[in-house]
Design a binder for this molecule. Structure first.
Ligand SMILES: [Zn+2]
Ligand SMILES: [Zn+2]
Length: 233
């Protein structure tokens, strides 16, 4: 499918806009991975210090840990924008590759991948759910089941909100979905990897993890493509 798409709409690099690929070799080499050994295990920020992580200090999260492949910076930030706001779905594959790389070593096949669903308004606007695309591709790459265990309810757009408001806004944003083909008595998986594109305050992932915990999920890990750091950090 992509081969035909590439022929009709040749891909351009998210970094330098040169035609030929979604991310050219030179720009791909610029992507800085977050070193897991030097990252906060709670929120994925690359700021682990003896004094603790300034990004998540004072916060409690319903997820056990968070992992981010990269920082939200060029060229990954542009790839995310092209995927979400530019309708360029081919970036789901590229970004899922970063997720798969990051998942190595700590995700095992007994975990189920669960996408954090986008809001119904965003799905209408885009025509697809970018997090579902990322999760399904990651599942294919790693041979893990992807289950659409969460549904989104309509809430205000997060992007115009401050940090505190985001937490309040996201509470109640999700509910448990019954995936197609499941019987009522089907058991929820014990261990889940929640997948999303970006972690900013953790509010969205927290709201999603809360619903999973209430449904009986024992371990919830969050895996995101990019960690957006607070401007004042
Ligand atoms: Zn480039
Ligand atoms: Zn932290």
């Amino acid at each position: 499918m992509h081969a035909l798409l590439d022929l009709v709409f040749p891909p351009r690099c998210a970094g330098c806009d040169r035609p030929g690929s979604l991310l050219c070799d030179a720009c791909a080499a610029e992507v800085r991975r977050i070193d897991p050994r030097a990252a906060c295990v709670r929120c994925g920020a690359p700021v682990a210090r003896p004094s603790g992580c300034a990004e998540c200090r004072g916060r409690t999260f319903a997820f056990d840990s968070a992992y981010a492949a990269t920082l939200l910076e060029h060229p990954v930030s542009r790839a995310v924008v092209l995927l979400k706001d530019g309708g360029e779905r081919r970036y789901a594959g590229l970004l899922a590759g970063l997720l798969a790389e990051r998942a190595d070593g700590w995700v095992d096949p007994s975990c189920a991948i669960v996408p954090v669903p986008a809001s119904p308004a965003a799905v209408r606007r885009r025509g697809f759910d970018h997090a579902v695309d990322l999760a399904l591709t990651l599942g294919e790459l790693r041979g893990m089941p992807t289950i659409r265990l969460l549904e989104s309810s309509p809430v205000a757009d997060q992007r115009s909100l401050g940090r505190q408001e985001r937490f309040a806004n996201r509470a109640g944003a999700f509910r448990l979905a019954r995936p197609r083909g499941w019987e009522r008595e089907a058991e929820v998986p014990a261990r889940v990897v929640l997948v999303d594109d970006v972690l900013t305050t953790g509010a969205t992932l927290d709201a999603a993890a809360r619903v999973l915990r209430a449904a009986g999920v024992v371990e919830v890990r969050a895996l995101v493509v990019a960690r957006a750091m607070r401007a004042d950090a």
